[in-house]
Design a protein around this ligand. Sequence first.
Ligand SMILES: [Zn+2]
Length: 236
Amino acid sequence: MCKQCDLMRFSRRGLLTAGLVAAAATVLPPLPAWAQQAAPNAISPDEALARLQQGNARYAANAPTNRDYAAGRVARAQGQYPFASIVSCADSRIAPELAFDQGPGELFVVRVAGNFINEDGLASLEYGAAVLGVPFIMVLGHSKCGAVDATIKVVKDGTTLPGHLPSLTNAIRPAVIAAQAKNPADLLAEATAENVRLNVKSLLVAKPILSEMVAAGKLKVAGGVYDIATGKVMPV
Ligand SMILES: [Zn+2]
């Protein structure tokens, strides 16, 4: 789908969300017939989660789908219909498409070290949900996360990291402090889970787009932690 078409759909959805159906009908031209057909990603949030879980089970069992990457290239040039957004760490050992056994065009992935939501990440997720019709967002932490581990050291030692690294540790700091309060046996694991939980919460109440889609039942947000040693994603 062309960018203009995307923007047209975005405007339309925004207006509909605001309850301005009449305004949308007057202001916007009607969608072409092909655009009114159900998109391939027009599935329920629960079905999207089930697809991710089944894909991860195949990956963890080392039995991924045998893919022909050339097939569907021409069709993909016409538009994208991802069924899930993944907020992932930048860690090279995590590859969302592999971990969930999905092909090109199926996942809308936002990555930043420490898998937290910043302004640009939120905007990307809003685009995915409101424009592309993504019904499910997973915030995906992982074991042995260097960004979370670095933040623990910063919090414990009161040190300041060089360059722009403090922008990462400042974002992860609330999760470390929340985890410390629980006095866990494994602070890194607890802070990693807490970081996922906090970012799921922030997405659920992110106004105006995501929170409205969640309230309308069009979008669900959940968290998971990827275990590097097993390849399995566990809910948190
Ligand atoms: Zn990480």
